[in-house]
Design a protein around this ligand. Structure first.
Ligand code: SF4
Length: 304
């Protein structure tokens, strides 16, 4: 990685599929994830800039009840919009003013139709590059890969992407399946928000990238916004990570072949021996990552 180039796994397709499948199986169900209306999405994005997502839900629904379309908002009195913002404790009032102004632009300058690209959307009042890209992705499936703090943390931990904006942009862009910004950006942000938070929950959330993840293998979970090792018991996780990584490099391994590759002090009948290894493998099997079979009296493990 001397020139800062990301070191993504060779099988990028498998990495993508694993994440999208994980996301689609179960994700937090925010109401704005069920719409592709650009106005509704813009309102949710502007509200979420300052406020926790769980609190945004009520405010978002109330706002849309009152001003259901960009046209309705454009016709509103600005003081009412600002008052709504203050009453719902949504942060800087300027955001309410900008949102109102953006609705007027849509009505007056765009004949009521939202621009569809990040560049077009950033012409709207108060819409910065991040919001423009989010609206292009979630409303029109026409965005670029999102790179925010959550995404940086995931990319740094999983693939060792170095801490530079340029490297993050490139890695994120390379990973995103072309033309699928809606599902992809939702999925990777969900991964960063739910599984790969500052205190990672790799196993608890069934992270779909464990088999490739550098941090999961090495036990080093520091990240650009997590400068010191988060406080949690990482040692078991670290060995699980090594097992997954080692099995990824072999077709199938018997216990005594796997053990010494996982820890140097492996001794079949010792404290860190077959029993210890069986227990880890059984956890990984419960998580659906590994298959464990007994063949000719010998326990063998392989990645599922
Ligand atoms: S395995 Fe853990 S550290 Fe790696 S990407 Fe998943 S949640 Fe993050």
């Amino acid at each position: 990685m001397t020139d800062g180039a990301p070191s993504l796994p060779e099988d990028v397709e498998a990495v993508r599929e694993a994440l999208v499948e994980w996301y689609e199986r179960d994700h937090r169900d925010f109401p704005w994830r069920r719409t592709d209306d650009p106005y509704e999405i813009l309102v949710s994005e502007v509200m979420s800039q300052q406020t926790q997502l769980d609190r945004v839900v009520d405010a978002w629904e109330a706002f849309l009840d009152r001003w259901p379309t960009a046209d309705a908002l454009a016709a509103a009195d600005r003081a009412d919009v600002v008052r709504f913002w203050t009453d719902h404790r949504l942060g800087y009032n300027n955001r309410a003013k900008y949102l109102h102004e953006a609705a007027r632009q849509i009505r007056d300058d765009y004949d009521g139709d939202f621009p569809r690209t990040p560049a077009g959307l950033s012409e709207l009042m108060g819409v910065g590059p991040y919001t423009a890209n989010a609206v292009a992705s979630f409303a029109f499936d026409a965005g670029d890969a999102v790179v925010d703090t959550n995404v940086k943390r995931v990319l740094h931990r999983a693939f060792g992407v170095e801490d530079s904006d340029d490297a993050f942009e490139r890695a994120a862009g390379e990973l995103m399946p072309e033309g699928e910004s809606r599902v992809w950006n939702n999925a990777i942000m969900e991964l960063g928000g739910v599984a790969c938070g500052k205190k990672p929950r790799c196993d608890e959330e069934g992270c779909p990238w464990r088999r490739w993840c550098h941090a999961y293998e090495t036990g080093d979970f520091t990240a650009p916004d997590v400068p010191t090792q988060p406080s949690f018991d990482g040692s078991r996780r670290q060995f699980r990570g090594r097992i997954v990584r080692t099995l990824g490099e072999h077709d199938e391994l018997a216990l005594d072949e796997l053990g010494p590759r996982i820890r140097v002090d492996y001794a079949p009948d010792g404290e860190y021996g077959r029993e210890w290894l069986r227990e880890l493998l059984s956890d990984l099997a419960d998580d659906g990552l590994v298959d464990v079979n007994v063949r000719d009296g010998e326990t063998v493990a392989r990645l599922r």
